[in-house]
Design a protein around this ligand. Structure first.
Ligand SMILES: [Zn+2]
Length: 660
């Protein structure tokens, strides 16, 4: 019976493997469209429906609560029926007492490489939230239908947090008042009075020292004068005040009154003088940053992360709080030559010449030296392209900000962490016609207005109408409705275009994750002893029979295994190998310890960090992605033998062995 079981499983596996091709079709069990923003309420509703409709591949986890008490969710997406973790195979030696839940069993998806995607950290950047919903739909609807998606959901754990700043998104979308930060107090005036189309943010009035004039080509547009520019035209002053369509003022929570969650993380939070530089009273003082930080501390399997923001249409890789020289060059190579190159290709932009010819990097470095580029460019060998860069200002040698999450994840958690700034209206609106000419920004503004006239029936922009302001007197209210103004992808085609590009990017990045396998394993009898015979000791290649130990029948067994990382990325970043809170890969030989003596090799062994399969000539060498392991054991009677490889960020592999 014992021998038939694996065969039966094998046959079943073959049948199951062919099922998706013939029986399953693309299904959207939970319909979703992107014709309007979902906001916090719509997002939570969608997450709950998806989790209920796809219990086999999702788990909805509440990771914390916002300042105003709104739950923060992460949706885990992974095949919940496969995978394993080390604690399923090796009992904790020091088991916790009953009913003490501080060390709960690991979930099986925690034994797979983790890929984290975050939406709106800044409440008024809800395009990022929509992208997360788009990716969730692609993964759950594509599972069982699309081969690549299915295999990724089987082997990888996606953790998607569409909104890590619920209060900011709620106020920005549901209430129509853009709010970047979290909230520190609740404004009762706003409760229960949603303004789904966004409020009118602008009041313009004539003023002798006004900074604006009306555009000649499109009188709806206000054109800002350059410093010291003179004009014969009527000057206007434009102020921001959120009013509904009837002109009633709507007071809201202002951005400055909360904490910028992305300035509240432990890396680079202090100034060089040791004073607080980031926001909040201390790093992770906001409940939002606290929840995210705690999640990453618990889910040690995460190797990739992207915190999506708006706008600009480019990606920041670390670091922003420190110069490029603070990073390991191997990590830089994976960021720039692998991920950055692909990102720029997806956007359809020009990849830097140096990245296309990495073998000539020394030549490029010399050329940048001759041209007198800044010291960071000279050392690296290339200028950052607009679309992929660090936020550190290399020209002035100044940090971008304090306490940003991706710097913390990179430097303290060993995670390839990115911040992508979505939405570049000049590029991301299919069919937008911008006139050529020197006034690029003005032409773009005119084109945007025309486009919303044609494609949105003019609903994104409120025509100016007379209004008597209690303080400033006669003037007009009008302008872009708040939720469509400037920094978010318009719903419909533009939003879908942005989502599709970045879904491709995340699919590619998840596909890079390490992939631990046991490519070969065997257990072979070297020598058999019988009852009463002396036992065996083993040293090098010499087997010595000695007296005294061999009571009962025993076999001397050689166990070998080849452990391989078939993924493109190493099982830890170079930075990760220097961090004491991360560990190298480990292999266990799990067996009945009462009837097995470990003669050579211990029950668990460290095998270092396995490299990835990526080779980029001159910058990423490749190789070192295999480890050969051998044990010599003395076995009494029949014992189970199982090899378990546990890699913190590379996955878990198990193989049972039969002694031959
Ligand atoms: Zn942002």
């Amino acid at each position: 019976m014992k021998n038939q079981k694996p065969l039966l499983i094998h046959v079943l596996a073959i049948i199951v493997a062919f099922l998706p091709l013939t029986q399953l079709t693309a299904r959207q069990k939970v319909p979703i469209t992107f014709n309007k923003y979902h906001g916090y309420t719509g997002t939570v509703d969608y997450l709950k429906k998806v989790a209920a409709a796809h219990p086999d591949i999702t788990e909805l986890i509440q990771i914390g609560t916002s300042a105003l008490g709104r739950p923060i969710y992460v949706l885990a997406i992974s095949n919940m029926k496969n995978g394993t973790t080390i604690d399923k195979h090796v009992k904790l030696e020091n088991m916790r007492a009953e009913n003490v839940k501080n060390v709960p069993p690991m979930k099986t998806h925690m034994g797979k490489p983790g890929h984290y995607i975050s939406g709106a950290t800044h409440g008024n950047e809800y395009t990022a939230n929509e992208l997360c919903l788009y990716i969730i739909d692609k993964l759950v609807s594509g599972y069982g239908d699309d081969k690549d998606i299915t295999s990724l959901v089987d082997r990888v754990a996606f953790y998607i947090c569409p909104i890590d700043n619920p209060d900011g998104v709620f106020n920005s979308v549901e209430m129509g008042i853009p709010q970047r930060s979290n909230s520190m107090y609740r404004d009762k005036n706003l409760e229960g009075t949603p303004v789904p189309n966004g409020l009118i943010p602008q009041f313009r009035y004539k003023h002798a020292e006004g900074e604006f004039v009306i555009d000649d080509a499109d009188p709806r547009l206000m054109v800002r004068l350059r410093p010291n520019e003179t004009t014969t035209k009527q000057r206007y002053r434009v102020i921001t005040e959120y009013r509904d369509d009837a002109g009633n003022l709507r007071k809201g929570q202002l951005p400055s009154e909360g904490i910028d969650v992305n300035r509240n993380y432990p890396e680079g939070w202090w100034t060089e003088e040791g004073k607080p530089g980031g926001q909040g009273h201390y790093p992770t003082s906001s409940p939002e940053a606290h929840a995210i930080a705690e999640f990453f501390m618990n889910y040690r399997n995460i190797l990739n992360a992207n915190f999506y923001h708006t706008s600009g249409g480019f990606t920041y890789r670390p670091m922003g709080t420190a110069p490029n020289t603070a990073m390991h060059e191997t990590d830089i190579a994976y960021y720039d030559f692998v991920m950055g190159r692909k990102y720029i290709e997806i956007l359809g932009e020009q990849v830097p010449e140096e990245w296309l010819n990495p073998g000539r990097l020394e030549e490029f470095k010399a050329s940048h030296r001759e041209r007198g580029a800044n010291k960071y460019v000279q050392a690296r060998g290339y200028e950052f392209p607009y679309f992929w860069k660090s936020s550190y200002n290399e020209r002035t040698d100044q940090r971008y900000g304090y306490g940003m999450v991706i710097d913390w994840l990179h430097a303290q958690q060993g995670i390839y962490a990115l911040t992508t700034e979505l939405w570049n209206p000049a590029k991301d609106i299919p069919g937008l016609k911008v006139e050529e000419g020197p006034e690029r920004q003005l032409n773009l503004q005119r084109a945007l207005l025309r486009h919303q006239d044609e494609k949105y029936n003019g609903s994104l922009f409120v025509k100016w109408k007379p209004f008597k302001h209690p303080e400033h007197g006669e003037g007009e209210i009008g302008g872009w409705r708040s939720i469509y103004s400037s920094n978010n992808a318009w719903p419909g085609e533009p939003l879908l275009y942005v989502c599709e590009n970045h879904w491709k990017f995340e699919l590619y990045r998840a596909g890079l994750l390490p992939d631990i396998r046991i490519s070969q394993a065997s257990a072979r009898v070297i020598h058999t002893g019988t009852a009463g015979e002396p036992a065996v000791s083993y040293e090098g290649n010499i087997i010595t029979l000695t007296k005294g130990k061999g009571a009962g029948r025993y076999r001397l067994v050689e166990v070998t295994a080849t452990i391989e990382n078939a993924g493109a990325l190493p099982t830890q970043m170079a930075r990760g190998t220097t961090l004491t809170n991360l560990r190298e890969d480990v292999v266990w030989l799990v067996t009945d310890r009462k009837n097995v003596d470990f003669i050579e090799g211990s029950a668990w062994r460290r095998i270092g960090v396995l490299g990835g399969t990526t080779v980029v000539p001159g910058v990423i060498r490749g190789g070192n992605n295999k480890s050969e392991v051998k044990w010599m054991i003395g076995v009494k009677g029949d014992v189970p033998l199982k090899i378990v490889v546990t890699s913190q960020k590379g996955g878990t592999a198990v193989q049972e062995l039969t002694i031959k």
